[in-house]
Design a protein around this ligand. Structure first.
Ligand code: SF4
Length: 369
């Protein structure tokens, strides 16, 4: 619900002053804007032992203008990957490029100079926005730090950004607590966009919102991406949100990237048994969910020294030894679709057969709850 004290502006947004009056010319270019190569993130030690890697050897690229999703359960490594890309945590290994610039190698002044090019939006705007600052100071801060705008430009851009994200210009004088949850996220979006970034890193940006407000914020993000040509790295545990917000998606499990595909292909038929299990858990109650759950129900984990070094999905219902004692590479399952599984074709067939038992086709896209 909108905070009734804040009157929303008219739906037709004013053009932003500066370079966003039109989408970036390079937005349609297929060249990757973001490249993540062999990223490993580890958080200190557990007792005398090294903690397990939060993200392990993660590689992917995102084209200019594309929104790429990272999906997985809590602890899968998706947020650690996002925080590394945002340069908010230091990875143990790996390289991150924004265009030709290796941002993972930047420190101090050079990193501060590059920061306006990539901005992050967090899950909970209530804790990511300074409660003691008014909206104008919040939106203006990244522009002031970037030293790229005059005082007059900062004011003009702040007003235009508020309108662009669906907030009245008059709300620039309010504190964050005077906004509703959805409005605070709009304010966070305005702040993130203020420096005209090429890349937005969105870490669970709608998870703290109720369903109706989620839809409004997702629509706003889609509109902004189309009109501004901004590239997105979208993190979520929610398959329905990922399905709606992204063009390509990677599934993460225990720090590893296990599947990568164009979003419609992933929802039509995953090639990894774990993704099928995730998908089954997201379906509404009914026979489809029941048959997929039966087919991909995780088993009691296989134990013993023989499992070391191989595929670590020990609960996999398709596990077969000695085949799965060898670590599977991220291999091509079909055009643009990759999975880290020795039995990817079998997993797709099993899923298709489970769905066919209900007399239905494989397209799951509209079914995810
Ligand atoms: S490699 Fe083997 S254990 Fe791992 S997901 Fe594939 S079938 Fe299951």
């Amino acid at each position: 619900m909108l905070n009734p004290q804040i009157q929303a502006p008219s739906p037709s947004p004013a053009p932003l002053p500066g370079p966003w009056s039109a989408p970036r010319a390079e937005a349609a270019s297929p060249a990757p804007l973001l490249r993540v190569e062999n990223l490993t993130v580890r958080y200190g030690k557990r007792g005398r032992r090294e903690a397990p890697a939060a993200a392990r050897d993660v590689s992917f690229s995102v084209s200019r203008g594309e929104t790429f999703g990272l999906v997985g359960e809590s602890g899968s490594g998706k947020s650690s990957t996002a925080l590394s890309v945002a340069r908010l945590i230091e990875p143990e290994k790996g390289r991150i490029f924004l265009g030709d610039l290796e941002i993972s190698a930047l420190r101090g002044k050079a990193l501060r100079a590059a920061r306006p090019r990539f901005q992050m939006i967090f899950q909970d705007p209530a804790s990511s926005l300074n409660p003691r600052e008014r909206a104008l100071a919040i939106v203006a801060e990244p522009m002031l730090l970037s030293r790229q705008y005059s005082k007059g430009e900062i004011g003009d851009r702040a007003r235009a950004l508020m309108t662009r994200v669906g907030l009245p210009v008059s709300s620039l004088s309010l504190f964050p607590f005077e906004f509703s949850g959805g409005q605070r996220q709009r304010l966070a979006i305005a702040r993130a966009l203020s420096t005209n970034p090429e890349l937005l890193i969105l870490d669970e940006p709608v998870s703290a919102l109720d369903a109706a407000i989620q839809a409004q914020i997702l629509n706003l993000l889609a509109d902004l991406q189309e009109s501004l040509g901004v590239t997105g790295l979208f993190i979520s545990h929610d398959l329905a949100v990922i399905q709606r917000a992204t063009r390509r998606v990677a599934v993460m499990r225990r720090g590893s990237l296990i599947e990568l595909a164009p979003t419609p292909l992933l929802f039509e038929g995953p090639a990894h048994p774990y993704t099928w299990a995730l998908l089954a858990a997201s379906l509404p109650k009914g026979s489809r969910r029941d048959s997929l759950r039966k087919a991909f129900l995780p088993r009691a984990p296989h134990e013993g020294p023989a499992t070391f070094g191989g595929c670590d999905y020990l609960e996999c219902p398709l596990r077969e030894e000695p085949l799965c004692l060898k670590a599977p590479p991220l291999a091509r399952a079909r055009e643009g679709h990759f999975a880290r599984c020795h039995k990817a074709a079998e997993a797709r067939d099993l899923g298709a057969r489970a769905l066919a038992r209900n007399g239905e086709g494989p397209a799951l896209a509209s079914q995810v709850a």
